[in-house]
Design a protein around this ligand. Structure first.
Ligand SMILES: [Mn+2]
Length: 431
């Protein structure tokens, strides 16, 4: 018997951070979560899977119209051909109170109840699937505690949307512990909620698995994405392996400037990173966040005038293939730790302290932004964030520090001719 376990499909989630990407396949990217779901259904057909488990967050939120539901039904109906049964639960993103519309689902699809744990038994397969949907977005209770005891004559699978590891990257919904799940007695826990692929317990009894989300949706959801394929032989799980079904790949490409004598060498390093990531994406369109870091004497020049280097990186990507730098971040620092500020240590210290305070205290940052309101429109492109959103800005304060120190130190710290100037004296920051 073959079982497919997927979670966090987030169908019709908009893929974020893709404005202004020259030549990117925007339509393919826009439909990525749907195309990944179609690939999941195709995998079930190809593998002749008996059972498909969907562990919550099937939808990203309330449907904009009925098309999301109609697409879902059309794809699920294809599973009649392979006689694949489907059991799903609702998670925080598609809780009962969140999704206001509904369409009738095919008879081979079961959504487990939200008011109490429920068990579906497939006598012909020898499988019991236990689980509970979310009734509302925020579920504080440890749902797994109330899950039924195992059925000793069957293979027991627990379907659960939970933060089982206390991950701070995800809301602490339906919290539980891995130990609790292991002790519960099931053979397999099909989890959802954490978007990273993770095997928390690798069998034989039990397996506890997050398949990760089906399709990366932004720069922090990197690497291969997909589902898990489970082989069962005579009520014993014999194999659990990941399968990629994502149609667009996200990756972080990090290039250290520390070993680069000049910008050309730095660009070589970036080219290698982009090229490796492109090979790993296996023909999929690739969206990368490029991070330039490490200690380098070029720090002030890069911080003060990053645009020309960014443009060169984009040109390298355009030349390499279907890869688009979603953002280029400059996070280098001065080799001696302190940028040369012409001895103005007091200014440097005060600026650092103020930025630190703003990073720690979103309210202080909000007040600051109020003062800066008349400038908001002109600084918005520079900040690359809505200037009225302190939480978005907080993530960028380190870069803002770099940029400010680079600009302040530019007069002192830049040695003319650094960069690509071949013998000629270039103006400051012209990399
Ligand atoms: Mn999710």
């Amino acid at each position: 018997m073959r079982v497919v376990h997927a979670a966090d499909l987030h169908i019709d989630s908009p893929l974020r951070g893709l404005r202004r990407l020259e030549g990117a396949p925007v339509e393919d990217i826009r439909l990525a979560t749907r195309r990944a779901f179609r690939a999941l259904i195709q995998l079930c057909l190809d593998q002749e899977a008996e059972l498909l488990l969907l562990a919550g967050d099937v939808f990203d939120g309330d449907w904009r119209d009925f098309n999301t539901g109609l697409f879902f039904v059309r794809e699920l109906s294809r599973l009649r051909e392979s006689a694949t049964r489907v059991v799903m639960i609702r998670g925080n993103h598609d809780a009962e109170s969140v999704i206001s519309r509904s369409v009738p689902l095919p008879e081979h699809v079961t959504i487990l109840a939200a008011d109490a744990p429920e068990t579906v038994i497939f006598e012909d397969l020898g499988v019991a699937v236990h689980g509970q949907s979310y009734s509302e977005r925020s579920v504080e209770a440890n749902l797994a505690k109330a899950y039924p005891s195992r059925r000793s004559d069957l293979l027991n699978i627990g379907l659960l949307h939970t933060n089982a590891t206390g991950s701070s990257d995800h809301a602490n919904y339906a919290p539980c512990t891995v130990g609790q799940l292991v002790d519960h007695g099931y053979e397999y826990w099909a989890l959802g909620h954490v978007h990273r692929r993770e095997v928390l317990s690798a069998g034989p009894a039990p397996w506890v698995v997050y398949p990760g989300n089906l399709q990366g949706r932004h720069a922090r959801e990197t690497g291969p994405k997909g589902c898990v394929l489970i082989d069962v032989d005579d009520l014993v799980i014999t194999k659990v392996e990941p399968r990629d079904v994502d149609v667009v790949r996200w990756e972080t490409v990090r290039a250290s400037a520390s070993g680069a004598a000049d910008v050309d060498e730095l660009l070589q390093e970036v080219r290698r990173g982009l090229s490796d990531a492109l090979a790993a994406a296996d023909g999929r369109p690739l969206l990368t966040r490029v991070i330039i870091d490490g200690p380098t004497p070029m720090h002030e020049a890069l911080a003060a005038n990053p645009e020309p280097v960014e443009a060169k990186i984009r040109a390298i990507a355009a030349d390499l293939g279907p890869v688009w730098p979603e953002k280029v971040r400059f996070a280098t620092h001065h080799p001696e730790g302190e940028p040369a500020l012409g001895g103005n240590v007091e200014l440097l210290t005060a600026l650092r302290a103020e930025l630190f305070r703003l990073k720690e205290d979103p309210e202080a940052l909000r007040a600051y932004l109020g003062d800066l309101e008349p400038l908001a429109a002109s600084v918005a492109p520079l900040l690359d964030a809505r200037p009225d959103d302190p939480y978005a800005l907080r993530e960028r304060i380190d870069e803002i520090e770099s940029l400010l120190l680079g600009k302040l130190g530019a007069g002192q710290a830049l040695s003319p001719g650094k960069g690509e100037g071949k013998g000629k004296t270039t103006p400051k920051g012209s990399l």
